[in-house]
Design a protein around this ligand. Sequence first.
Ligand SMILES: Nc1ncnc2c1ncn2[C@@H]1O[C@H](COP(=O)(O)OP(=O)(O)O)[C@@H](O)[C@H]1O
Ligand SMILES: [Mg+2]
Length: 274
Amino acid sequence: MGDITPCPDEAVKAAEAICGPVALAEITDRRGSAVWKATGAAATVAIKAGYGEGAELTARESAVLDQLPGYTVTSGRHWYVTPWLTGPSTWDLFEPIRNGGGAYERALCGAVDLCQAVARLHASGWVHGDLQPAHCIHTDHGARLLDLSWAWSPDFPPSPVFQGGITHLVAPELAALVESGVRPVRTTVESDAYALAGTLWTCATGRWPLDYDAGGIGPDAGPSARRAAIATGMLPLRSDEPWPTFQAVLQPVLRAPAHSRPTAAELASALGRL
Ligand SMILES: Nc1ncnc2c1ncn2[C@@H]1O[C@H](COP(=O)(O)OP(=O)(O)O)[C@@H](O)[C@H]1O
Ligand SMILES: [Mg+2]
């Protein structure tokens, strides 16, 4: 059993200034940062605190959120407090699809909302850099993106320690860049579009998009070997097809080279026509 990460006192005080006395529930604690849900009579907030190697990254994320419209943060050196977003993640929203129980309309609306949220982020000059099934919450007021630790914009440089984000959703050209050793790794709106389509594919099928077995990449392959295989652009997509019409729209995004890849806005429109 690992030690329990304590929530910084200052962060709890900042949460209580907003919510009144709070009850804390730990949500996650991994790779140098932890998230708590702080529930009070007046409001509910999320507290994210970084420690060890994650401390600087949490500070970076807080600075990103501070610059983005629509994200309210109170922050200290390695922690921030932001409103709790209530609703299912995109992964949660697709649970009935994965279990063969339908609810296609709800999942499709959520997919379009997610694509539009990413398109808005891109239109404002930012790249997310780590889109994943758990990084969007579908609230009553729309889809909200989470975990902007690696986001960058022309006025906010990319992190020098970024290694490409979750390996399974790295676009081939981004995988090649990471493996080339060039730093900082600059994610793009195109690599975000790939991760966006890969996120939706994963939410629908319950499996990462690429067929590693077909490419001879075993389950024990490390991230570097996996990225090298992804960088070839030769790994086929897995053949599971629980929702063929939906997946047919995602497929070109996952297969096209970066320069001809559909954008997040185009993906939103294409899914909206289904
Ligand atoms: N503002 C928020 N509202 C609701 N849930 C949140 C919020 N921030 C984080 N979470 C929850 O905590 C999880 C971890 O947050 P994230 O920022 O992705 O941390 P990590 O860096 O550990 O991946 C998210 O997947 C989500 O479930
Ligand atoms: Mg995360």
